[in-house]
Design a protein around this ligand. Structure first.
Ligand SMILES: [Zn+2]
Length: 163
């Protein structure tokens, strides 16, 4: 986990440092309480999570009901992108909205095509399990007409070829 900057250019590490006085915590990720304590935003008796937040209630007027809510509203946490997004951006690419794009892509393929590919994939898996590879596997998949019945014939045929 990388460090972050909050408020008026304050650095904060997300893990306890190597020389933290409590050896058990050295290099371990900080919890929400520790993060809020360091920011002066921890209140005694604050709960980690509350029922409203668990229920998905995002009332913008409720800003300090629980530690999770307070942290989720901190500007540096709001600005934090997911790890995958960061990797894609760092590589100089634009990160499309995968959660929207993937279902759209899948919806654009008709069910018959999906079933054909699924069936072919099963045939390849079955053939690979029988340790048939390369050109022979491709040949065997083409010969695969119905479920398992044809495969036995194909295996006999392939065995003849090897002899
Ligand atoms: Zn809450």
């Amino acid at each position: 986990m990388q460090s972050t900057t909050w408020g008026d250019n304050n650095q904060q590490d997300m893990c306890f440092l190597n020389d933290y006085f409590d050896e058990k915590l050295c290099r371990k990720p900080k919890g929400m309480k520790q993060i809020l304590l360091e920011r002066g935003k921890w209140k005694e008796g604050l709960r980690a999570n509350c029922q409203l937040c668990k229920n998905g209630d995002k009332d913008p007027n409720r800003v300090d009901c629980c530690a999770r809510r307070i942290i989720s509203l901190e500007p540096d946490f709001v600005a934090q992108k997911g790890a995958l997004h960061e990797i894609i951006s760092t590589a100089g690419h634009k990160c499309g909205r995968l959660q929207k794009t993937v279902p759209l892509g899948l919806d654009s393929v008709n069910l018959t095509t999906i079933r054909k590919f699924a069936r072919k994939t099963w045939h390849y898996m079955d053939i690979y399990r029988k340790e048939i590879e390369g050109k022979l596997a491709e040949y065997a998949v083409k010969k695969y007409k119905s479920h398992r019945h044809v495969l036995d014939n194909i295996l006999e045929e392939l065995n003849k070829v090897e002899i």
